[in-house]
Design a protein around this ligand. Structure first.
Ligand code: PMP
Ligand code: GLN
Length: 389
């Protein structure tokens, strides 16, 4: 998906079209079932959808304040208190963004100097190295190793150099579904405090946890004022197209991130901000229901993938299951995924885009299970063709 583009800034050369957009386009053009890009094909809580309609009807259709509407900033602060016991001042420590993606870009652009290094756990979400490159920073990786996808504390320590500025921590994790445990997060916190590093967390799957418990890094010793906590509403309320995200951070960090953010989108999504404020005020059981429902979809897809002979790495959270296609005699995930629409009418994601060391991705394919039962069952029925080739 890359190739040199004549007009493109040299920092961005090679980034190409994101694999998610490319594979969704392939699904569209071939009519294949799209288990690639992570978006639900069903609606989230009706109260949240209704609140968006109401907000439009009530005329909430102009620019919101740069930091986001006050009711949403209060709802985000209240959410952090209610679920994690973390206190943030909604007026000085909360910023609403155009999804977690803009929050991450604004944070990295704001906090890195040219030549700084950003630490990423590999596999990493594809946006992180891209925004580091936009900032003129470089990235270094700390491998998460299968089958548990944990990291070695010695690898983490060895990755730090005098140029290291920040660590990006994505838990619950895309694409492995790992939920980092208390010991892992404590190790990251020790590293950050020992080397005076900042942390930027991506917690977009915080409410889609099937095993274990999501713990925000900001709650660990010494991290409250050196962590930029990022999340968004897309996954929690099954509204990925709304692009309402947020940042919680101490005032000096938040001010830095806001400075970058205001020149990216300035602000946006006014009626959706109202709806997400209503969503965050839903009772615990309503919020948990989205994750509980997804657990059943995970089990359905993982069971079906196993039945066609794929080795499945069972995810603890999120939207995706990784499989090792070596178990069905395949040797190249990219070739497999490009051929899959024709071979069996299904699109999945080859995982090289999540790795620096693409060898580690050679036979790993990611499948989305945030789909209706009918979609999952039809995809699994089509995948039976794999066993017959
Ligand atoms: N971070 C991770 C780890 C993701 O998987 C995604 C994609 N859904 C995002 C960020 C993007 O979030 P948003 O749609 O809120 O920008
Ligand atoms: N986060 C989604 C995924 O991992 C994709 C969002 C996007 O296309 N950037 O599939």
């Amino acid at each position: 998906m890359s190739g040199r583009l004549p007009y493109l800034n040299s920092r961005l050369q090679g980034l190409g079209t994101t694999i998610f957009a490319a594979m969704s386009a392939l699904a569209e053009s071939t009519g294949a079932i799209n288990l690639g890009q992570g978006f639900p094909d069903y609606d989230g809580p009706s109260e949240v959808l209704e609140a968006a309609r109401r907000a439009i009807g009530e005329g909430h259709n102009q620019y919101p304040p740069g930091r986001g509407i006050a009711p949403l900033r209060r709802a985000i602060a209240e959410h952090q208190r209610r679920f994690y016991g973390l206190e943030f001042d909604p007026d000085r420590e909360v910023l609403v963004t155009a999804g977690a993606t803009e929050a991450m870009a604004a944070a990295v652009l704001a906090l890195c100097e040219v030549g700084d290094e950003v630490l990423l756990f590999e596999p990493y979400y594809d946006a992180y190295p891209a925004v580091a490159a936009m900032a003129g920073a470089t990235h270094k990786v700390v491998p998460l190793r299968p089958p548990d996808w944990t990291f070695d504390e010695a690898d983490l320590a060895a990755a730090v150099t005098p140029r290291t500025r920040l660590v990006v921590v994505n838990s619950p994790h895309n694409p492995t579904g790992r939920v980092f445990g208390r010991d892992e997060l404590a190790a990251i916190a020790r590293l950050c405090t020992a080397h005076d590093l900042l942390a930027v967390t991506d917690e977009v799957y915080e409410h889609l946890v099937f095993e274990g418990e999501h713990l925000p890094l900001a709650g660990f010793e010494g991290m409250r004022d050196r962590t930029v906590t990022i999340s968004s509403a897309g996954k929690t309320f099954s509204v990925t197209g709304w692009k309402i995200g947020w940042v919680c951070a101490s005032p000096p960090l938040l001010g830095a991130v806001q400075t970058a953010k205001q020149y990216l989108t300035y602000a946006g999504g006014t009626p959706f901000q109202h709806a997400v404020a209503a969503g965050l005020a839903l009772p615990d059981a309503r919020i948990a229901a989205v994750g509980n429902d997804l657990r059943a979809r995970r089990d359905r897809l993982c069971g079906g993938l196993r039945a066609v002979g794929l080795e499945v790495l069972e995810p603890e959270s999120g939207y995706f299951a990784l499989t090792d296609i070596a178990s069905i005699g395949e040797t190249d995930a990219t070739a497999f995924c490009l051929a899959a629409p024709e071979r069996c009418g299904v699109v999945a994601i080859p995982t090289h885009v999540f790795f620096d060391d693409v060898d580690r991705a050679r036979t790993l394919v990611r499948w989305a299970f945030c789909k209706s039962t009918a979609t999952l069952d039809e995809a699994l029925r089509r995948l039976e063709a794999l066993g017959r080739d």
